[in-house]
Design a protein around this ligand. Structure first.
Ligand code: 7RM
Length: 652
């Protein structure tokens, strides 16, 4: 169990494009390394200096870090407010700059300056105060990706309320369990949202979530679609009614640095979802600093991150990081294929998007639609591309690089987690050469390592467990209501006071980190530990394959057999001949060890709302076991039934 066998493709290396490099914030490997080494050797001086220059404090802190190791507290004694950092402090210098350019799916465009956003946030905060909410209370937010979602988040921050954003695709039961765990007092929602031209009800789902006992006292409803909803007297209020009565200024609540800013529920592999707790100062600092350098921010940028605010990327890189940096943020409510597959490219052209940050799963589905869609639009405003959420397979990376970035834009492959709050490993785009599928180097102040189960570093190019050796300000502080789970899951798996990420990785001769996916997803075939992600990448590099998910299936002889779930491109046909071709292809790419025992052609893969393949469900299916554990984060429950049906009719 010490290391993971990994293939080492002789991939291409892409140095930063010269035109990009000459205008970048960090322009050389030497400059990156000098600052990284300084931060590693002097973490408190580094983080303290950044906290002074990037954040606005009501009262300065006394000490940069107290506590020990992974249970540190940051900036003790300091007071600040997150909404002041995202809004008020920009008013004097750039109050009329656009903060948000938001497109609804039907096509309306909302433009809010920093002054506009500040006013709306103040009004809502006053409204929330009038409902009796007080510092430390939890407010659930179940909203479409429209400006009001950002307003709701920042209004909570203004009063020191913790928000708990729940992705608007989750079920009533998922809302209920999260609200029960958080003891939320208010839920902010909308009548509905637009998705692929249809109205998806939200208020109705919230109503179902509130049947029976609930901590929720009020439901605030933003009118987005005009769909009819039932309003429960005394409990439910309209957003526009509440806002109409409010003053346009609102004194912010100054909170201690370590005051919790929000809860965000993320699915555990077993049991109930975990409420990840982030604090105010450390989180803001981590998101603002990483956003500035990794996206190489310029004052004129129009930055677009496609993530929904229901997951951490939306919190850190749609809302807090960019607004703290005074960026113009583009946001979009709807589906990438509405009214057609050119929608994203059209948004980039219309709003002059300069940085485009999205997920590999989105890139793969856009790629599958062919090059004609991006070719219809002028993408010349783009200067940087980014990916997050999963390892990106080299084929999708190359397509993104060539067809979207026109070889002129660096791609930042950003590795991080809900728990880390901010990007941990990613190329600084003007300094670090990129390699398709590689997250490259740690960010300033982040000290990762690759170790075995005893905590001993493994050698160069050996796959092992990815850990972080030094605490950093934006890391989670605890799991809400379950500090023991925090300790056992992150701090006690690997000996030594290190943070365990749950991911496998290897570090190559250049010091670049390659993420191998979740350690739970590693296969053990005849004593060799193989990364499912590498087999998937090999499958997807075959011209017929759209997506692939690989899991282990118990095998008496080899320990685990490799079982592949494969979706094909629309024009391709499944069959025994293609199975043989794919098996051959994987062997040619990785080696005989990785020869798939089983290939199952399916219509779709089970994914979370944020696009991650839920391999543990496929493991149960492959082993013919009932599905165990939490399925509340699954995007479409029906997918499982169709896979099950396909598997039984198609077993070889
Ligand atoms: C931001 C986010 C975290 C897990 C993480 C990894 C995987 C994320 C990358 C990646 C390879 C990447 N938060 N992951 N980014 N794997 N390369 N660039 O996704 O909490 O939802 O997920 O996602 O396994 O541990 S998350």
């Amino acid at each position: 169990m010490t290391s993971i066998t990994t293939m080492q493709p002789k991939g291409q290396v892409f140095p930063p494009p010269t035109a990009f490099q000459s205008q970048a914030l960090i322009q050389s490997v030497a400059a990156y390394e000098a600052l990284w080494n300084y931060a590693k050797d002097n973490p408190e001086a580094f983080w303290g200096g950044q906290a002074t220059s990037l954040l606005t404090w009501d009262m300065p802190w006394g000490v940069v870090r107290t506590g020990t190791g992974m249970q540190s507290q940051w900036f003790t004694g300091g007071y600040l407010n997150a909404s002041v950092n995202c809004l008020d402090r920009h008013l004097e210098t750039q109050g009329d700059k656009l903060a948000l350019i938001a497109e609804g799916e039907p096509g309306e465009v909302w433009r809010l300056t920093y002054r506009d956003l500040h006013r709306e946030v103040c009004k809502l905060a006053n409204g929330l105060r009038s409902l009796g909410l007080q510092q430390g209370d939890v407010v659930a937010i179940y909203m479409p990706m429209v400006p009001e979602l950002v307003i709701a988040v920042l209004a909570c921050a203004r009063l020191g309320l913790m928000h708990s954003v729940i992705f608007a695709g989750f079920s009533a039961e998922a809302i209920r369990s999260r609200n029960a765990d958080a003891q939320a007092k208010l839920i902010i929602t909308a009548d509905g949202l637009y998705r692929r031209g249809a109205v998806i009800p939200l208020k109705e789902t919230v109503d179902h979530s509130l049947e029976g006992a609930s901590s929720v006292e009020h439901v605030l409803v933003y009118q987005r679609t005009g769909a009819s909803v039932s309003m429960h007297p005394g409990r439910d209020l309209w957003w526009h009614d509440l806002m109409a009565m409010q003053s346009e200024t609102c004194a912010p609540v100054s909170v201690p640095a370590e005051h919790p800013l929000f809860l965000l529920y993320t699915s555990g592999s077993t049991g109930t979802p975990k409420g990840i707790v982030h604090t105010t100062a450390g989180y803001l600092l981590g998101t603002a600093l990483s956003h500035r350098y990794i996206f190489d921010l310029k004052p004129t940028d129009r930055y677009w991150c496609t993530a929904d605010a229901g997951w951490i990327t939306g919190h850190s890189y749609v809302i807090y990081g960019p607004l703290c940096n005074g960026t113009t943020v583009v946001m979009y409510e709807g589906a990438p294929n509405f009214p057609d597959w050119a929608r994203f490219w059209k948004i980039i052209e219309t709003h002059g998007v300069t940085q485009f940050y999205t997920a590999p799963t989105a890139i793969r589905s856009l790629m599958q639609q062919g090059d004609a869609w991006p070719e219809k639009h002028d993408l010349s405003s783009l200067r940087l591309l980014g990916t997050v959420g999963e390892p990106i397979n080299p084929k999708a990376w190359m397509w993104f690089h060539e067809k979207i970035g026109k070889t002129r834009c660096p791609i930042v492959d950003t590795w991080w987690q809900t728990e880390t709050g901010a990007i941990m490993i990613a190329p600084l785009p003007g300094a670090i050469s990129t390699k398709p599928g590689c997250a490259t180097r740690p960010f300033f102040g982040i000290v990762p390592d690759v170790v075995d189960h005893h905590g001993v570093p493994v050698g160069e190019n050996q796959g092992g467990l990815l850990v972080v050796r030094q605490p950093w300000p934006s890391m989670l502080r605890t799991i809400h209501g379950d500090h023991d789970r925090f300790l056992s899951q992150y701090c006690q798996v690997v000996p030594g006071d290190v943070y365990f990420t749950g991911d496998g990785a290897r570090r190559d001769a250049d010091g670049d980190y390659w993420i191998l996916g979740r350690v739970d997803d590693v296969l053990n075939v005849a004593g060799h530990r193989l990364s499912t992600m590498e087999i998937e990448s090999a499958l997807v590099s075959h011209p017929t394959v759209a997506e692939a998910a690989v899991v282990g299936k118990p095998d008496e002889v080899r320990g685990e057999a490799i079982c592949c779930f494969v979706t094909l491109k629309a024009t391709e046909h499944a069959g025994g001949e293609l199975k043989k071709q794919l098996q051959f292809h994987v062997v040619a790419q990785i080696g005989a060890l990785a020869r798939p025992q089983e290939i199952r052609f399916v219509q779709a893969l089970p994914k979370t709302r944020s696009g991650k393949i839920m391999r543990r469900l496929l493991r149960d299916l492959a082993a013919d076991r009932p599905i165990a554990g939490d399925v509340s984060t699954l995007e479409d429950l029906a997918t499982l039934d169709t896979i099950r049906a396909a598997s039984t009719e198609d077993d070889t």
